[in-house]
Ligand binder design. Structure first.
Ligand SMILES: C[S@@+](CC[C@H](N)C(=O)[O-])C[C@H]1O[C@@H](n2cnc3c(N)ncnc32)[C@H](O)[C@@H]1O
Length: 478
């Protein structure tokens, strides 16, 4: 049976214990002590009040022999009931994929049982076992208590990572985020390993990454020159907005700027038509909008006949040729609400989210975002250097300094948790956003960024420096 038994090396265990900044008589917990790497490290540091859990008989017995002074229990930690809270928790949780969790049924660990526990309700059904351990451990931390945990860094990229992260950061700040490389574990070569030091302070701050490596029995810090500044916050995109692509006509030649004077409505089809951060006063093209009634108009009929002829003759565009063949209303478009915030698919120089207050139809070279929170707060969360920087990192670079942003790049954006913002900052931020739409003054973006910087661990100075650098390097080859 795979119990996720990967043991931490002594030097790493000592290092992890050294990260605590707790008072002398702090009370500690190791929820799955295995061979007792952390118990011994805590002992070496003179810690006397330690509780531990381990589900494996043999490991439990050998660790109890080594550390008889500690309160060690042979129990399943995930279902153990405890009213006791801890100042410090240290752990290397078992890494077991969700499909394998039920293999532990004979020990009482089953997905169905875990799913019934309200504590784990925010975890996705695909959660790895270590995620359950971390959530439970956080629930056992005292206010301002600290947890030092080592686990695979791969969850940062994992699909279900966002929900786990949201649950993880709900009550905690990340005080240290240490990427550790080298042979950190006794018998396993995991490449991407992360040590987090969390503090249950309800502030949701996030530290910038640090890098250390275990080389020839020593731990050495190093600068990760290659890595970009990692901007990742606790609020996922879907908590503030929805997004979709603008209108696809299927045949721009026929639908955009038709040689007909009537039956059209304005459409924004290029970012060049927009001045500033609002579509108010934007230039527009004409979009042909027809229904079956209008076909009886002689001018319209001749226009449509002409296009139908061309489409049938060339078989292009395929979708329209197919509709014509199937006798469908091939000339009418499915229009939808475009009022919201729009963003151009391709970025040239300045990145910007634009308020579509004119409610013009918008073509598919834009994304349309529909805020699900206050629209000006959402507008501010989008128009600031933290968000632009995330998109600069995520986008694909094309020649001529062009950056292509995919819909999933937008969906992967993260934002600081505005519930932690003071009400003054929140209302200042939304006023700035409203003014940005009105005046188009780019300095307001710096003002919004400055407010947001108060709630992150990446200062205004570093984000504006990094943003300038990344844009400069994109435009350098132009
Ligand atoms: C990754 S190992 C870490 C052991 C040790 N803390 C270390 O760092 O060397 C995880 C440990 O969790 C134990 N374990 C697995 N499921 C458990 C459960 N439900 N309750 C308590 N311990 C469990 C495993 O037997 C294993 O020893």
């Amino acid at each position: 049976m795979d119990l996720g038994q990967v043991f931490t090396k002594e030097i790493v265990a000592d290092y992890m214990v050294s990260l605590f900044s707790l008072k002398e008589d702090a009370v500690f917990l190791d929820p799955c002590f295995g061979g007792g790497a952390f118990l011994s490290a805590l002992d070496r540091m003179g810690k006397t009040k330690v509780t531990g859990y381990e589900i494996d008989d043999l490991l439990f017995s050998s660790a109890t022999e080594r550390c008889p002074q500690y309160a060690l229990k042979k129990n399943d930690f995930l279902q153990a009931y405890s009213h006791k809270k801890y100042d410090g928790i240290i752990m290397n949780p078992p890494y077991i994929r969700h499909e394998k969790i039920n293999d532990l049924a004979s020990l009482g660990v089953e997905k169905e049982i875990l799913a019934k526990d309200a504590l784990y309700k925010e975890l996705p059904s695909t959660a790895n076992l270590y995620m359950y351990f971390i959530i439970k451990a956080i629930s056992l931390l005292k206010k301002n208590g600290e947890m030092v945990v080592i686990f695979p860094g791969s969850w940062l990229q994992a699909k279900n990572g966002n929900r786990f992260e949201a649950a993880l950061y709900k009550n905690c700040s990340v005080e240290r985020q240490i990427h550790i490389s080298g042979d950190v574990f006794e018998e396993s070569a995991l490449v991407d390993v992360l040590i987090l030091k969390l503090k249950k302070d309800g502030k949701n701050r996030q530290a910038s990454p640090e890098y250390i490596k275990l080389l020839n029995g020593n731990l050495e810090a190093y600068e990760d020159e290659t890595s970009e500044l990692r901007v990742k916050f606790q609020t996922p995109f879907f908590s503030i907005s929805r997004v979709r692509r603008g209108l696809t006509t299927g045949c721009n030649g026929m639908f955009i700027n038709p040689s007909l004077d009537s039956n059209t409505m304005p459409i924004i089809s290029s970012p060049k038509q927009i001045r500033g951060y609002s579509t108010h006063g934007a230039d527009t093209d004409d979009l042909l909008v027809l229904d079956s009634e209008m076909q009886h108009n002689a001018m319209v009929k001749s226009y449509l006949d002409d296009w139908e002829h061309r489409i049938v003759a060339t078989g292009k565009p395929e979708t329209l040729a197919k509709k014509i063949k199937e006798n469908k209303a091939w000339y009418s478009l499915n229009l939808f609400d475009c009022q919201g915030i729009i963003f151009s698919y391709f970025v040239r120089n300045d990145m910007k989210f634009v308020y579509n207050d004119s409610a013009n139809v918008v073509r598919d070279n834009f994304y349309i975002l529909y805020p699900t929170i206050n629209k000006w707060v959402c507008f501010a969360l989008l128009n600031n250097l933290y968000t632009y920087y995330q998109l600069e990192c995520a986008g694909k670079k094309y020649g001529a300094g062009l950056l292509k942003i995919q819909r999933y790049d937008i969906e992967e954006l993260t934002f600081p948790d505005t519930s932690a913002f003071s009400s003054t900052d929140l209302s200042r931020m939304s006023r700035l956003a409203e003014n940005l739409a009105k005046t188009g003054s780019r300095e307001l973006i710096d003002d919004i960024t400055t407010i947001i910087s108060k709630y992150t661990n990446i200062s205004y100075e570093s984000i504006s420096y990094e943003y300038k650098e990344i844009v400069k390097s994109r435009l350098e080859n132009v």
